[in-house]
Design a protein around this ligand. Structure first.
Ligand code: S3P
Length: 172
């Protein structure tokens, strides 16, 4: 199905919510381009996200993230854009997204998020003595901000990626 988007669909939410996987499935389903802000940053820097955080620091990463979001949202071709979990926290990013896109919060509870990110070592923010407690703290701070997205779709452990993509599409 070719679906002409008149705005870029921006997926926001916590690490492990499924933004990249669901975004890719949704893009394939409607025949729209799929973009991922983390992947764009990694490609431009030619470094992994943990390398960027440890070499240049989180503020540098956040500045690159805003640049990438601005550039991708201003592109003529509308797309499905997956963002890193911290992207929606910055006022500047939220305002770019609300001007030029539609924000979709992929909500998931802490157990589901942890089951997906707990065994991975790719999230620098979780490199702490107690990563589960850190994830819980981040979750608590961010939940009210994510709730400001235009649309919310809630994940459940039993939902497949394709089902989540269908739910997002139905909510648009
Ligand atoms: C971050 C989430 C990551 C990545 C970076 C920071 C965050 O993206 O942008 O590690 O602040 O939550 P995912 O949400 O895709 O894991």
């Amino acid at each position: 199905m070719r679906h002409t988007l008149n705005k870029t669909i921006v997926l926001v939410g916590m690490m492990g919510a499924g933004k990249t996987a669901v975004g890719r499935a949704l893009a394939a389903k409607i025949g729209a381009p799929f973009l991922d802000s983390d992947a764009e940053i990694v490609q431009a820097a030619n470094m992994s996200i943990p390398e960027i955080f440890s070499r240049d620091g989180e503020p540098f990463f956040r500045a690159r993230e805003t640049e990438v979001i601005r550039r991708l949202l201003n592109a003529d071709e509308k797309s499905i854009l997956s963002t890193g979990g911290g992207a929606f926290l910055a006022e500047e990013n939220r305002s770019l997204i609300s001007d030029l896109g539609v924000s979709v919060f992929l909500e998931a509870d802490l157990d589901l998020l942890w089951s997906r990110v707990g065994h991975k070592d790719t999230r620098p923010l979780l490199r702490t003595p107690n990563p589960r407690a850190t994830l819980a703290e981040i979750f608590e701070v961010r939940a009210p901000v994510y709730a400001r997205a235009d649309i919310k779709v809630t994940a459940q452990p039993e939902y497949s990626i394709a089902q989540m993509a269908d739910k997002v599409l139905a909510a648009l």
